[in-house]
Design a protein around this ligand. Structure first.
Ligand code: COA
Length: 122
């Protein structure tokens, strides 16, 4: 975290953290495996559990929990590796795969295959 990421209390801005989560979740989806044209469709309740301060290091965990025809749903949790506390839990971040015209398109992925890829990566 950098000084510009912090609010007047010296803790991380919630909006900055959400931006990082959206970027990380999009990268995770794009590389699971190749799905270059995904957009964020819906984010479920965001439970901000604890904060982080300057110098803290955060760790994000992502897992595919649901696979539809064009959609992929991730579960996300963010941990503060310095305090060992969970900072945020989000049960569902939904991405939709689009075709070249911007319409939802089948991604052809199966939950079992994505879980195998996740297991190989961890
Ligand atoms: C993504 C978008 C093209 C989907 O359009 P749409 O009319 O909802 O499309 P559909 O009804 O065909 O649904 C497409 C998929 O999204 C899912 N979906 C739609 N609304 C949903 C919602 N509220 N929550 C969860 N999933 C949803 C559908 O179940 C479907 O999934 P499936 O194919 O796996 O069954 C359109 O909503 C859009 O362009 N949104 C803006 C996205 C954006 O700009 N994000 C920020 C920048 S990344």
């Amino acid at each position: 975290m950098k000084p510009e990421d912090l609010n007047r209390n010296g803790s991380l801005f919630g909006g900055i953290l959400l931006k990082w989560i959206d970027e990380e979740a999009a990268i995770y989806t794009i590389t699971m495996p190749r799905s270059p044209y995904v957009v964020t469709k819906r984010v479920s309740e965001i439970n901000l559990i604890s904060s982080a301060r300057a110098g803290d290091i955060l760790e994000m965990g992502m897992k595919v929990v649901k696979v539809g025809r064009s959609s992929l749903t991730l579960k996300c949790d963010v941990r503060n590796t310095m305090t060992h506390h969970t900072m945020v839990m989000i049960e569902e971040i939904v991405f939709v795969n689009l075709d070249f015209s911007g319409f939802p398109a089948a991604h052809g992925k199966r939950l079992e295959d994505l879980h195998s890829i996740e297991a190989e990566k961890s």
